[in-house]
Every structure is written in C-alpha cells, then in structure tokens.
Design a protein around this ligand. Structure first.
Ligand code: SAM
Length: 235
C-alpha cells in the first residue's frame, strides 16, 4: 500500500477514507493484522493495522526491503486522451520507466494533461508490480523545447514507423555501459509532422527505431519500444 508519509519504526499514520475502505472492505483486514507499505523513498515496511470498528491507522513496525532504484529510462510521449493515457502511464511504469515526459507535437490532440491522474496511475502501477520507487511525472513541454533542454549525453530512441533500423541492442547497451540515460520517444495519434521528423533526425545521439512494418497504435508502440529497450538492458 502506498502511504504519503515518512516511514520510520514506531511512526503512526492516519489512514485516508479510501485506504480504510480498501483495507477493511476489500482486503477484509482488521486491527492487529499487518500489511506492507511504501512511500517512494524509504523502502518497504511492515505496518500493523489499528482501529476499533474499521482500520483507521497504521503503526510502522520494521523495514522489509531497502529502497530500490529504477533504470534511467525516460518515456517521452505525445499524450493521448483518458483511458489510453492511463494505459500508457501504467504500462510505462510496469516496464521500468523512471521519468514520464509528455511532449506536445504538431499533431498532438491533447493540450492539457491531468498530472494528478498520471501520478495516481504511477502509484497504482508501482503497487501492482512491487516496485518501491515512483516514476517522476514531468509537466508537458513542446517537442522542440524538450529537444533543446535534453542532456547531450543521453541516447534518444526515436520510434519512427518510417525507419528500417530494427536492431538497437548494441546502441542501447553502449549507452548503458557509458552510464547515459535513455529517452524513448513516441509520437501522437497522427504521427510526427515532416518538419518534426527532420528536426529529430538532426539530433545528436539519436537511434531511429523501427518497431516492425505495421503502424502500431501510439500506446502499443510505447509498450513495444520499452520492452525492446528492457530486453537489451536487462534492467
Ligand atoms: N493512429 C494510430 C493511433 O491512434 O495511435 C497510430 C499512431 S502512430 C503514427 C504513433 C506513434 O507510434 C508514432 O509517431 C511512432 O512514434 C510510434 N510507432 C507506431 N508504429 C511504429 C513502428 N512500426 N515503428 C516505430 N514506431 C512506431
């Protein structure tokens, strides 16, 4: 369970109503029973449930796992709407991305992104896959601004359906060996505009990656690209 509070032995944490409902009504846990909690910084801890009629608090007992570390992989994506954005965020976290960066491109149809909802999806996905670190949710930026501000040492994996480069393993492993982070870039539903594609091709340290001969939906392309990156890095 995610709790937004410091985790130390003996610490008492009041439960929010939805957490109390989840523990009492969904998991059917009562006072005296224990659960595992994390806050994204202090590792995983065992906590005892407190409360007379229903769970209303936790008492932190002992650490069960130290804080983990996510690979330096940024998922840089043109945001989609509603459920498709939820899916993109959840799958990126499951695939180990540590930074989620929405970019606004010429054909992006979404101009405002609900950061709260993205963070809620990050927490839910972290809980689901048992990781203790929470991916950072960045504010949306225009694509050209993102490219201007990127660290020069990072490898840009530009997912481009017009590319025929399908074997990125060596470039990815070289980036990992050099300790450079990786930005995995996925375009919007309408694809990148020609001038954006030209701009991307001029970027240093760019791998123009094909995910096969079929045009994938943007949310599928994200999962496919992150899977490929993880298969090469094993991280
Ligand atoms: N119209 C569909 C949709 O609604 O999602 C397809 C969108 S596709 C143009 C969106 C992005 O997915 C592209 O900009 C590219 O980054 C990535 N993509 C899709 N298929 C790909 C492929 N075969 N190889 C590489 N990237 C691909």
């Amino acid at each position: 369970l995610f709790v937004d509070a410091p985790l130390r032995e003996g610490e008492r944490i009041a439960l929010e109503r939805n957490q109390s409902n989840y523990l009492g009504n969904v998991l059917r846990l009562a006072a005296g029973e224990t659960i595992l909690v994390f806050n994204g910084r202090d590792g995983e801890w065992q906590a005892a449930i407190e409360g007379r009629k229903r769970p209303d608090g936790l008492s932190i007992v002992a650490q069960t796992r130290p804080q983990d570390r996510l690979p330096d992989i940024a998922y840089v994506f043109a945001p989609l709407k509603h459920a498709r954005l939820d899916y993109m965020v959840q799958k990126a976290v499951e695939m180990g991305a540590s930074n989620l960066q929405p970019v606004l491109t010429r054909h992006t149809q979404v101009s405002r992104v609900n950061g709260e909802r993205m963070r809620a999806n990050v927490i839910e996905a972290a809980e689901q896959c048992g990781i203790l670190s929470l991916a950072h949710v960045a504010e949306p930026v225009a694509l050209d601004r993102f490219l201007d501000k990127r660290e020069a040492s990072r490898l840009l994996v530009f997912c481009d359906e017009a590319s025929d480069v399908a074997g990125p393993v060596q470039a990815l492993q070289a980036a990992q060996a050099a300790g450079s982070g990786i930005d995995v870039l996925i375009g919007p539903e309408g694809g990148f505009a020609e001038e954006e594609r030209a701009l991307l091709m001029r970027q240093p340290r760019t791998l123009r990656l094909s995910l096969g001969p079929r045009i994938l939906r943007a949310d599928t392309a994200g999962v496919a690209a992150l899977t490929l990156v993880q298969a090469a890095l094993g991280d």
